[in-house]
Design a protein around this ligand. Structure first.
Ligand code: HEM
Length: 350
């Protein structure tokens, strides 16, 4: 039996109505689990404003900080939950997440340390690094967007996360999604974190800001398996003109191949603007990773991508914000679990 798909023009109206119903429902039940809004209202009043002011001030001057904080928060939440384990240094006892290959390109550790130092000065030993990161990521996204609309791209961050005391390189290797992953692999990985297919589609929209090293997608430019002979073979699912351009210019080293530190804007022309540009690139086969291109491999995901491109940025803002709110509660530690780290890079007494 043929299925009826909403027309593109009406797709985002349907999404807005569906989201409005979800917002009403979730407003009635409150934030998930024992995290709660205003957790620090008595113990550190003003902490959210302190973090917000600091982040806004810096992101306005250096907008690339926003992408760094958003990715840090994502990588934190996907390994042992949002417990700031990504911020811990390696020790004699073991190599930490921070030093796992997918995390070597993370930025923003110093920035988080500066926010945490500010918070520690006001309220020593009270606010977790995990909460500082969750708040900073939210405020950074809100700070780079041209205009905030009701519902997005800002989201309510319930607080009360505790910091973990374990950080393992191997776990990061296994749990952080790889840019070479297929749609099915990504869906399964997200499901293991309690996130759905639509969360995968909307959270991938984070790639509307930031940069990627050529090394992260070089497999699609050089010697792609099955693409033909020689070293100039590219992934046929990548737009040929764009691929040739990347090979000739951005990802080319004089000695051949690509320079280790060469970077490319993930949403060319608007990598500092939070908008639907990323999804446009996906549809034009100009997204950098196979994991981005994979969103077109599934009919429903593809329909969502087409729908969000056909609607105003506001719809993307809202669905992104809702998925971020969900991601920021993945496997959080609460109550007596973990600790409140004084220094985000080392466990207390370490
Ligand atoms: C769906 C699976 C995902 C994969 C495979 C993936 C992979 C990657 C890779 C390989 C990079 C480039 C790193 C580099 O070369 O420097 C990157 C950058 C980035 N990712 Fe993702 N990512 C995924 C989902 C997400 C999600 C869910 C978020 C946030 C909610 C996110 C936020 C970012 C940001 C903001 C950057 C740019 C960082 C910067 O400018 O330093 N990604 N991602």
């Amino acid at each position: 039996m043929a299925t009826i798909r909403p027309r593109r023009s009406s797709w985002w109206c349907v999404m807005v109505m569906a989201m409005a119903m979800v917002v009403v429902a979730s407003g009635a039940s409150g934030p998930r689990g024992p995290l709660r809004m205003g957790f620090y209202a008595q113990s550190c009043p003003g902490v959210e404003r302190m973090v917000g002011d600091f982040v806004r001030q810096h992101v306005r001057r250096v907008p690339t900080v926003a992408a760094a904080l958003l990715r840090l928060h994502f990588h934190d939440c996907f390994v042992r939950g949002c417990d700031a384990s990504v911020l811990l240094n390696s020790t004699a006892a073991g190599v930490a997440e921070k030093d796992a290959p997918p995390n070597l390109t993370l930025r923003g550790f110093d920035f988080v340390d500066r926010v945490k130092a500010l918070v520690e000065e006001a309220c020593p030993g009270v606010v977790s690094c995990a909460d500082v990161l969750a708040l900073a990521a939210r405020d950074a996204v809100a700070a780079i967007v041209r205009k905030l609309v009701p519902g997005g791209p800002s989201w309510r961050v319930a607080t009360g996360r505790r910091d973990g005391t374990v950080s393992s390189m191997m776990e990061a290797l296994n749990e952080i999604p790889k840019p070479t992953m297929s749609f099915r692999e990504l869906v399964d990985l997200f499901a293991s974190k309690g996130l759905g297919v639509r969360d995968l589609v909307w959270l991938s929209g984070a790639h509307t800001i930031g940069i990627a090293h050529c090394s992260s997608f070089a497999d699609r430019l050089y010697g792609y398996p099955g693409a033909g002979a020689g070293n100039d073979t590219t992934d046929p699912s990548l737009d040929a003109t764009y691929a040739a351009n990347l090979r000739r210019r951005k990802c080319r080293a004089p000695s051949g191949g690509y320079a280790e530190d060469a970077v490319v804007e993930m949403d060319p022309g608007s990598h500092l603007t939070f908008d639907v540009g990323y999804y446009r690139a996906v549809l034009k086969h100009r997204a950098l990773f196979r994991s981005d291109a994979a969103l077109l491999a599934d009919a429903a995901a593809r329909a969502d991508v087409e729908g969000v491109v056909g609607g105003p940025d506001e719809v993307f803002f809202q669905v992104f914000a809702r998925s971020m709110a969900r991601m920021s509660t993945v496997e959080v530690k609460i109550g007596a679990e973990g600790e409140i780290r004084r220094n985000c890079a080392v466990v207390n007494g370490g």
